[in-house]
Design a binder for this molecule. Sequence first.
Ligand code: BES
Ligand code: MN
Ligand code: ZN
Length: 496
Amino acid sequence: MQLRYLQADAAKHETELLAVAVVQGATSARRGLAALDDALRGAVDRAMQLGDMRGNCADEVLLYGAAAGPKRVLLLGVGTVDRLNPEVVRRFAGRAVRAAERLRLTSLTVSLDGLPGVPDEARAQAAAEGASLAAWSFRELKAPDGDEQSTDVMAVDFIGGGKSEALQSGVIAGSIIGRAANLARTLQSRPGNLATPSHLASEAARVAAGVNLDITVFDEARMYEEGMHAILAVSRGSTEEARFIILEHRGGKKREAPLVLVGKGLSFDAGGISIKPAEGMESMKFDMSGGAAVIAAMQAIAELGVRANVIGLVPSSENLPSGSALKPGDVIGTLAGKTVEVINTDAEGRLILADALTYGARLRPAAMIDCATLTGGVVIALGHHASAVFGNDDALVAEVTEAGEVSGERCWRLPLWDVYDKQLQSTTADLQNVGGRPASTITAACFLREFVADAKWVHLDIAGTAYGDGTLPYQRKGGYGVPTRLLIEWVRARAT
Ligand code: BES
Ligand code: MN
Ligand code: ZN
């Protein structure tokens, strides 16, 4: 997939398809198309006069050009001016790619004109992200010509829109970020029999070699030496060996405290002995979404040359029932030294994260963010439109929330009050791994807090946002790559 910024006149540019945004009540589409041939300009005017194109978000008009210039012009309504933001631009570019797919085109041009109020660089970045995300598909496990309906959009040119330097660097950044999110989606999409912990580790190594990250991978023997008993306990029921993946980007000063990103890499969650119902269990291949996002974000952080030290940690394991599996009531150790009574083996994410967070806190981070498909409860609380965000530092929570707004991967804060800790009291160990049904998303976060020591820390519960049916124009059914874009945005904002 190739994304380019072209400094050229959109109306004269030879292209199969030119997509142009139209805001509500605007004549702005005409501004960007002033040099169109008379026939086409007349058609644009008439579509607006007749009210077929009012600039509403659902409005879509396809027009045909003459011999020179764009062969087709697609007008896409984008709503009111006061609601324009990078997410509107992402969706606009995504719709342009979807239209090209329907027309079986492999290339198109997207105009960056007609979207007032979004600064040049942010607008170009968002457009490149939207196009790149929309063009992604997961076909590696299907026969090459098995699906005749599908066409891959291979190239998108962006054109017009303002200061070319800012637009150019926006397209480059957006293309790197889109590619990273798509890597996360590809890893998410791979089923549990392929995307095992060792597969994730070798994919992380491939990424590291490609973009010059340092990588260290702990196998189970090494984890035992380190004292990572919680990860090992979860992994005991599986014949697949667990892995602990450490990716490192040294873009900051030598002694500068790192930013640490932690992602749950549970490659398949059957629940263990506390086994899940069969219905929908196949979607538990997505339980490594946090880990995929961390690996992917590290790739982009390296490619963007972010001036910060960033360390990505991915504890990765399967959670299966077997004769050697962890049992309800078992008491296990952790890297932190605390003991945990495992009431429910399906609350495994917090166990593998406990060791990862302890490891991360010992790196003396400036800040640490974990992301995890941690609880079903967050889907009940926030549905599929926001991740839950928790933290022990208000300023850090605000930074992450802002990165969510900017990246279009929104989150909403839930409380971490001490009163909830009572639900985790155990009669036999330092704490138990479940807090009952009430506020299960919050008590899961309270459990994690026990393992971050004095680090400034934020937790994102992405169980409702990491994958889904594909409702936005740039999504498809399956993995969304959330929160890859948020993590990259947060690290970039921290570094400037
Ligand atoms: N991976 C699941 C959480 C999950 C649920 C992710 C639905 C995506 C969609 C996690 O390991 C889990 O099983 N959580 C349990 C914990 C419970 C047993 C305390 C939950 O939230 O139901
Ligand atoms: Mn589980
Ligand atoms: Zn899980």
